[in-house]
Design a protein around this ligand. Structure first.
Ligand code: SF4
Length: 529
C-alpha cells in the first residue's frame, strides 16, 4: 500500500557540493555510506532554503489570483502582499513569516544506506544551526512541570520520523510548520454512514466552515478519508497538504491502495470558493487547491482528517543517492511573479495613530467592515503572557498601564532583527487567544483598537459595540514586508523577561489592515453566508 511518496518525478533538484559519500561492497552487496556531517549540512541547507523561499508553483498560484477577474479586490490585495513578502524573504535576511515553525523531518532510508554516527543527532544539529545562525524565531517550549514552561532556545526538539525501506537511497522531506497552521489539523472519528455522496458533501461543507482564516489563507487544503489508524490518517493529511501525494493513482483497488479522488477535490474547491471568506478578507480564494486522499480502513472505524498548508508553505524535499546529495529547487526569483507597474487594488483609508484614542476610534467609525486601512504612528505589541499579567492586575484592583489605554494593541511577537534593520519579520498572531481578556480591558478604556489575524468570539463583538472598540485584521503571512518596510522603530517598554512576548512599542508607516469588527456590532466573519 502506497501512502508516502516523497519523491514525485516533477520536482526539480539541485546537486549540493558536499563531501561525505562513498560506496562499499560487503559479501557482494553494495552499500552507500553517508557521513553524519553530510546529513547535518543537508538539514541546515534545507531549513535555510525553506525559511526564505517558496515553491514556484505556489507563487504561480498567487499570481493567478491577480489575473482572475472574478477575484475580489481584497483577494488581490492579499495575493500582492504575499508576493511582495516572498520577494523580500528571498533576499535571505527576513524569514517569510515571523513564526518560523516546528522543524519536522520525514523520510525513507534504504537499508543499504549506512550513516556514520548518529543520524538523528546530525539532523538535530543541522536544525539548531539554522535557527541560531539565521533571523528565525525559537518556538519550542519545554515543560518544567505541568504548569511551568521555558523556551528551549534552539528550536529543538524536532519531530523526526524516518522509516526503513529497501534500496540504497535516502529520501527526506523537511517542513517548518507554524503553530497557526498546525492548529488547523483535525481528526473526526466517523462511521460508514458518512460514505454517501450527499452526506459526505454536507460533511465537507460543514468542516471547511470551521477552518477560519487564522492560518493565513489562501490554503492548500487536504482531506483524508480512511486510514488504518488515526495517526495513519493524520500523517497522510500532512503529506497531502504538502502536495507529496500528487502522483497517487486516481482509483482504488481490491488490495486497498491509496488514491486521490479528483471529483471530490473539485467539489470541495467549489465549496471553498462559495464561502465568501476569500484570501482572508472576502472573495473566492480561501484555497489555492484541495487534495482528497482515500485510504483503506478497518470496517468498524472511519477516521477522517483535515489539514492545511498555510501561506508560509514551507516544505522541501531532499535525496541522497550514489550520484550525490540533492535538494529540491525552490523559487529564487519570486519578483518575476509581481505584476509590472502600478497595480490597482482597493483604496485604503489612512489612519493617524498618534492622535488621542477617541479620535482614532472616531476615524475608524466611519469606515465600513471589510474595508482596507493604512495605519501610521505608534502601536503597542502585547500577546498571551502580557494579557495574563494585565488580567492579574485587574483582579488585584491595580491600575492598568497607560500604554494599553493610549495606543492600539497589536498581537504579535517578532523574529530576530537582521543587522541594520529596525525589526525582524513581525506578522500578526491569532487573535482568539486574547478574546477572554477583551471585555474587562475595554470596560476600563484599554485595548479599544486591536490588530491581529483571524476571527473573534461573540464576546469581543459585543464588547466592541458596548465600549466603542474596533478589531482590525492584518494580512497573515506577510511578516517580512511588515518587518522590513512598515515597522520603522521598535523598543521593549515592559516585561523584558518575556522575550519575544515582551511589550514592545513600535512606530509604523502605512501598516495595511482591514476593519473586521466595528463599534456598531458589525463583524466581517459573522455576516458571511
Ligand atoms: S503564515 Fe500564518 S499560519 Fe502560517 S506560519 Fe505564518 S502566522 Fe502561522
Amino acid at each position: 500500500m502506497q501512502t508516502l511518496t516523497t519523491n514525485p518525478p516533477q520536482a526539480r533538484y539541485r546537486k549540493l557540493d558536499f563531501a561525505g559519500l562513498s560506496t562499499v561492497s560487503l559479501e557482494g552487496e553494495h552499500f552507500l555510506r553517508v557521513s553524519s556531517e553530510l546529513l547535518r549540512q543537508l538539514t541546515e541547507e534545507a531549513f535555510a532554503d525553506v525559511s526564505h523561499l517558496l515553491r514556484t508553483s505556489h507563487l504561480a498560484q498567487l499570481r493567478a489570483i491577480l489575473e482572475d477577474p472574478d477575484a475580489s479586490d481584497n483577494d488581490r490585495y492579499v495575493a500582492l502582499e504575499l508576493l511582495k513578502n516572498a520577494v523580500i524573504s528571498a533576499e535571505r535576511e527576513f524569514p517569510s513569516c515571523q513564526d518560523t515553525g516546528t522543524a519536522i523531518v520525514a523520510g525513507k532510508k534504504g537499508q543499504n544506506v549506512l550513516v556514520s554516527g548518529d543520524a538523528r543527532a546530525a539532523v538535530e544539529q543541522g536544525i539548531a544551526r539554522t535557527w541560531s545562525k539565521r533571523n528565525l524565531r525559537f518556538s519550542q517550549m519545554a515543560p518544567l512541570d505541568m504548569f511551568t514552561e521555558q523556551n528551549t532556545g534552539t528550536n529543538l526538539p524536532a519531530q523526526i520520523d524516518i522509516e526503513a525501506v529497501s534500496g540504497d537511497t535516502m529520501e527526506l522531506l523537511f517542513m517548518a510548520k507554524g503553530g497557526g497552521s498546525a492548529n488547523k489539523t483535525f481528526l473526526f472519528q466517523e462511521t460508514r454512514r458518512l460514505l454517501e455522496p450527499e452526506r459526505l458533501r454536507a460533511f465537507f461543507d460543514e468542516k471547511i466552515r470551521t477552518l477560519g482564516t487564522t492560518a493565513c489563507p489562501p490554503y492548500h487544503l487536504a482531506f483524508v478519508i480512511g486510514g488504518l489508524s488515526a495517526e495513519h490518517c493524520l500523517k497522510t493529511v500532512k503529506m497531502a497538504s504538502a502536495r507529496m501525494l500528487d502522483d497517487l493513482p486516481t482509483s482504488g483497488s481490491p488490495d486497498g491502495r491509496a488514491f486521490r479522488d479528483l471529483d471530490a477535490e473539485e467539489m470541495i474547491l467549489a465549496l471553498t470558493r462559495d464561502l465568501g471568506l476569500g484570501a482572508q478578507f472576502g472573495g473566492k480564494y480561501f484555497c489555492h487547491d484541495v487534495r482528497v486522499i482515500r485510504l483503506p480502513r478497518h470496517g468498524g472505524s472511519l477516521p477522517v482528517g483535515m489539514g492545511v498548508s498555510c501561506s508560509a508553505d514551507r516544505q522541501i524535499r531532499a535525496r541522497i543517492d550514489r550520484e550525490g546529495a540533492w535538494l529540491e529547487e525552490l523559487e529564487r526569483d519570486p519578483a518575476r511573479f509581481l505584476p509590472e507597474g502600478e497595480f490597482a487594488s482597493a483604496a485604503a483609508v489612512h489612519i493617524d495613530l498618534d492622535q488621542p484614542m477617541g479620535a482614532i476610534c472616531a476615524a475608524l467609525s466611519d469606515i465600513p467592515v471589510s474595508s482596507p486601512v493604512l495605519l501610521s504612528g505608534t502601536m503597542i505589541v502585547a500577546r498571551d503572557l502580557v494579557h495574563a499579567e494585565l488580567a492579574r492586575r485587574i483582579a488585584d484592583g491595580k491600575q492598568l498601564p497607560d500604554y494599553v489605554l493610549n495606543h492600539p494593541v497589536y498581537y504579535a511577537g517578532p523574529a530576530k532583527t537582521p543587522e541594520g534593520h529596525a525589526s525582524g519579520s513581525f506578522g500578526p498572531t491569532t487573535a482568539t487567544r486574547m478574546d477572554p481578556y477583551v471585555a474587562d480591558l475595554q470596560a476600563r478604556g484599554a485595548s479599544r483598537v486591536m490588530i491581529a489575524k483571524g476571527n473573534r468570539s461573540r464576546q469581543v463583538i459585543d464588547s466592541c459595540k458596548a465600549n466603542g472598540g474596533f478589531y482590525l485584521g492584518s494580512v497573515g503571512g506577510a511578516a517580512a514586508v511588515l518587518g522590513r518596510d512598515v515597522i520603522k522603530q521598535i523598543e521593549v517598554i515592559d516585561f523584558p523577561e518575556f522575550g519575544m512576548e515582551a511589550v514592545h512599542r513600535i512606530r509604523v508607516e502605512n501598516f495595511p489592515a482591514f476593519v473586521i469588527i466595528d463599534d456598531k456590532g458589525g463583524d466581517f466573519f459573522t455576516r458571511r453566508p
